[in-house]
Design a protein around this ligand. Structure first.
Ligand SMILES: Cc1ncc(COP(=O)(O)O)c(C=O)c1O
Length: 265
């Protein structure tokens, strides 16, 4: 991917392995003078970043004067009302949210340190402290109202307790089902997030995830559809919402039991 000015977004990107603090520290130290920012998904699909990794990234970026950005499209309003920032107790310099707050409407939001966000102001135009941000639909009244409504609902007492409880119940149900069928499984995720892979070793990054039996997992997901439970059969993660209760979780677990029985006989 090459821009007209010859800059390459891909070429300019350095990738560090997930949850490997030493590798990230070394990469940041080595390239500090060239780095604009370090960006991380605090939950990579369903793999949680370690607490020490998150704090270590904050410390290393602060030490080298590099911005830290959280992509909270998955973690935002899911791990907690305050997303990964609240869950880890680590504050980035900038952060981005996505669909979680839209209640099905297309929306994204960004935020950050007051001094940085203050640069996104039209009256700074033609100064050297001006960041251009434009959007055709940004601030649209319908999606903004939807986001306010979603946040009001999430602020209700017990909302996160319910989602955490249902998420834990679901992960436990998945674990027990595979155990009953004698199949090695790794069940992971936190709060309302649940994911599983047919694998022998704990899933901590893309490499360990790649050791899993994708073929069998896909067969099971397809069988789940036949059993009346639609899960995107791209080995996707599951998000529990406030609409899910014990009955819904049990329906999933029962269907999984049948699907595993059919696919693993
Ligand atoms: C962590 C993360 N960042 C960014 C995106 C992109 O969001 P969108 O498809 O709304 O542009 C996604 C999409 O799922 C995501 O999971």
């Amino acid at each position: 991917m090459t821009g007209t000015g010859g800059a390459s977004a891909v070429g300019d990107l350095l990738v560090s392995p997930y949850n490997n603090l030493e590798a990230a520290q070394n990469l940041i130290a080595e390239h500090a003078s060239d780095l604009a920012a370090v960006i991380i998904d605090p939950v990579q699909r369903s793999i949680l970043a370690d607490r020490t990794f998150m704090q270590g990234l904050r410390d290393a970026t602060t030490k080298h004067g590099v911005l830290l950005i959280f992509d909270e499209v998955v973690s935002g309003f899911r791990l907690a009302l305050g997303g990964a920032v609240e869950y880890y107790g680590v504050s980035p310099d900038l952060l981005a949210y996505g669909k979680t707050i839209g209640g099905g409407n297309p929306i994204a939001a960004l935020g950050g340190r007051t001094d940085l966000m203050d640069e996104v102001r039209e009256d700074r135009h033609h100064t050297n402290k001006y960041v251009w941000a434009a959007s055709t639909t940004g601030g649209g009244p319908v999606t903004t109202a939807a986001a306010h409504a979603v946040i009001d609902i999430l602020c209700a007492p017990g909302a996160y307790e319910h989602m955490y409880k249902m998420g834990a119940l679901l992960r436990e149900g998945i674990t027990k089902t595979f155990s009953k069928h004698g199949i090695a499984v790794q069940v992971y995720g936190q709060g309302p997030l649940a994911q599983f892979q047919i694998a022998d070793i704990p899933i901590v990054d893309m490499e360990t995830e790649a050791t899993s039996n994708y073929h069998l997992r896909r067969e099971i997901d397809l069988e789940m559809v036949r059993q009346g439970i639609f899960i995107n059969p791209m080995l996707t993660k599951i998000y529990v919402s406030l609409a899910h209760d014990e009955t819904a979780v049990q329906a999933y677990v029962d269907a999984l039991d049948t699907a595993v029985g059919i696919c693993c006989k």
